[in-house]
Design a protein around this ligand. Structure first.
Ligand code: FAD
Ligand code: UDP
Length: 378
């Protein structure tokens, strides 16, 4: 066909940037465009007061796949940041995920046997209540959570947070959201079970810059404003935007949850002593506060600065013009996506990839993993 590029990559998020990097390494000619004013998609960081601020939400890279970890570290070095969020319920602090520290803070128990006895007691109460109601399988998130972890933890650490995050009462949410709650009978506040985790030293822009080094890019450029031109430029389009938009919303619109971030620069070196504090009561309107300087390592230069930056996260329903963050994978949306996917499967010149084009909540490591696999076998 002899077009100018082999691939026109629409979107410079982790999917687009990694695709372009791997394709270029195989000798392909790539061009990457993005409608935002900057590269990096949701990984983009802005430096404010010397702090790398995760502008589209806090991002922690975690994986158990050594190849994925080695790959991202070959692009830029990661630190050993370990996510250990704290929950604030009415001024009381609890460690997450649910572990011996949490059980001590909740009930004063000091041994795994005592914690287990308390959990069993509360689980049995939940099971008895369901039996009284004539139910055998949990019908919703509330019943599921009580069966898994008991009333106290559900009421203080799950109910308010979940209802704020999803904008619906727990009794109207599906049980599966909370089915795999980790419960640890050890004093371990590491949120993830993965072998490797961290944040790029110097922020995520270093990762994106490394991936796109030497590749032609154009920001502030929406594919749809000049679609024919861009389609004529390359043999294959790699599309990482919204799949329903690609097809002109012909079957209707997919839904998302979005987050509004309220940033404040504070005249103090350290506001909350941790990167992530979740506010688990219903009456506090935000779900969590992120203090971005804590993603860098303790003792690094940024810690000496007299200022800090926090962002409060407000979870809301998505409307046109907002950033689509979380796909809502309920029955209606999943079957709508399947209709679009059927159209996508017939395309010969278009690859649909990433969070928006596949309408799937991908973590970063999953994106890198699937692309390493794709390029290994090509
Ligand atoms: P995106 O980053 O959304 O990139 C898509 C890009 O395409 C955007 O830059 C967009 O502007 C561009 N685009 C769209 N349409 C067009 C168009 N028409 N023309 C031109 N450009 C277009 N993952 C983790 O592993 N750990 C975490 O801690 C974590 N935290 C998260 C927190 C939040 C709030 C969110 C929303 C996600 C989080 N994730 C996390 C998931 C992570 O963000 C995704 O895995 C990753 O960003 C997906 O990359 P992507 O390239 O598919 O999408
Ligand atoms: N969750 C909760 N309390 C918390 C943190 C999480 O009840 O303090 C629940 C909530 O239902 C949320 C789910 O656990 O939807 C997954 O939360 P996590 O922060 O792990 O995932 P993410 O928000 O990144 O999808």
């Amino acid at each position: 066909m002899n077009k100018k590029y082999d691939y026109l990559v629409v979107g410079s998020g982790l999917y687009g940037a990694t695709f372009a990097y791997l394709a270029t390494r195989q000798g392909k000619r790539c061009m990457v465009i993005d409608k935002r004013p900057q590269l990096g998609g949701n990984l983009y960081c802005e430096q404010i007061e010397g702090i790398n601020v995760h502008k589209y939400g806090a991002h922690i890279f975690h994986t158990s796949n050594k190849k994925v970890w080695n790959f991202v570290n070959s692009i830029t070095e990661f630190n050993r940041y370990t996510n250990s969020p704290v929950a604030n319920f009415k001024g009381q602090l609890y460690n997450l995920p649910f572990n011996m520290n949490t059980f001590y803070q909740m009930w004063g128990v000091t041994t795994p046997a005592e914690a287990m006895a308390k959990l069993d007691e509360q689980r049995a109460e939940a099971a008895a209540k369901m039996k009284d109601d004539g139910v055998t399988v949990p019908r919703n998130l509330e019943e599921q959570a009580r069966i898994l972890i008991g009333e106290d933890i559900y009421e203080r650490l799950i109910k308010g947070y979940t209802e704020k995050q999803w904008g619906r009462p727990c009794v109207d949410l599906p049980a599966f959201i909370i089915k795999r709650l980790p419960v640890r009978l050890v004093f371990d506040n590491n949120y993830f079970n993965d072998k490797y985790q961290g944040v790029p030293i110097g922020g995520y822009n270093k990762l994106i810059a490394g991936l796109l080094d030497g590749i032609e890019t154009k920001t502030g450029t929406d594919f749809f404003t000049n679609r024919l031109y861009w389609e004529g430029l390359a043999d294959t389009i790699v599309f990482t935007g919204k799949i329903d938009e690609y097809y002109g919303y012909c079957y209707g619109k997919l839904e998302y949850r979005t987050v509004r971030f309220e940033e404040e620069v504070l005249d103090m070196p350290n506001y909350q002593g941790n990167a992530v504090v979740n506010y688990t009561e219903k009456d506090v309107p935000y779900t969590r506060i992120i203090e971005h300087k804590h993603f860098e390592m303790f003792g690094s230069e940024v810690y000496n600065s007299s200022k800090t930056l926090i962002s409060k996260e407000y979870s809301t329903e998505w409307k046109d013009g907002m950033e689509p963050y979380y796909p809502v994978n309920d029955d209606r949306n999943n079957s709508l996506y399947c209709q679009y996917k059927a159209l996508a499967d017939k395309e010969k010149r278009v690859i649909f990839g990433g969070r928006l084009a596949e309408y799937r909540y991908y973590d970063m490591h999953q994106i890198v993993e699937c692309l390493l696999e794709r390029f290994r076998s090509e």
